[in-house]
Design a binder for this molecule. Structure first.
Ligand code: BG6
Ligand code: MG
Length: 218
């Protein structure tokens, strides 16, 4: 049987945590007198914690010391983790579990490819950790999406050539990263936002088993 590498982003693809990142950043930004809108928030999706704070400070034209920077990062994460602590498997996005089981049944290698340093903790919370052959997350890479490092590392761990990897992403930065890794990018979300993706679906309920089989047999 043909084997492809299926790489899943976490936040906004597997679980509905993008909203918690938004709330936590919004609250933190407000505490230092900065506001940002939903459009700007799209630019934070997929982007590392460090890079996100840098962007917010740029938007607010604010310069702070390194110590303050570190303190704000940890405050944001504490706030984010307070949302995560209440999570359970009801926050797995529609048909994600079905897709994972379908791929496992077809003996396809599956990896996580996430910028988050909280990835393992979240997957454990929603009882999905065991479904993955590999976990590549924010602890394993030094370059944030749109750099392709996270996906190239996942391909290496799965031992699948990059051209045979398929990436599910909800962020502009992540779609760019998948494209520059020379992988097939599947955008999950808004067509207008994710227009650079090779394929776009609103969510996994729109992706048919036939479509996945065709990808596997290509
Ligand atoms: C990405 C999210 O998956 O992970 C970003 O889309 C987030 O919003 C990034 O900043 C880093 O996550 P964490 O959990 O390490 O702060
Ligand atoms: Mg995401």
């Amino acid at each position: 049987m043909n084997k492809k590498g299926f790489i899943f982003d976490l936040d906004g693809v597997i679980v509905d945590t993008a909203k918690y990142h938004f709330l936590a950043w919004k609250q933190l930004a407000k505490s230092i007198g900065i506001d940002f809108n939903h459009e700007q928030n799209e630019q934070l999706k997929g982007v590392s914690r460090v890079r996100s704070l840098e962007k917010i400070l740029e938007w607010g034209n604010k310069e702070i010391s390194r110590d303050q920077f570190m303190a704000l990062m940890s405050r944001k994460n504490d706030e984010y983790l307070s949302y995560i602590s209440k999570m359970n498997d009801s926050e797995i996005l529609p048909d994600v579990s079905k897709m994972l089981d379908f791929l496992i049944n077809k003996q396809q290698p599956i990896s996580l490819g996430s910028a988050s340093k909280n990835a393992r903790q979240i997957l454990k919370k929603v009882s999905l950790l065991e479904k993955f052959n590999a976990i590549v997350d924010g602890n394993d890479v030094s370059k944030a999406k749109p750099d392709p490092e996270v996906f190239l590392t996942a391909a290496k761990v799965l031992e699948i050539e990059t051209k045979d990897c398929i990436v599910f992403e909800d962020s502009v930065a992540g779609v760019k990263a998948a494209n520059s890794a020379n992988m097939i990018s599947i955008g999950i979300g808004d067509k207008d936002v994710l227009r650079e993706a090779n394929y776009i679906f609103s969510d996994f309920t729109e992706i048919s088993e036939d479509f996945i089989e065709q990808l596997i047999n290509k």
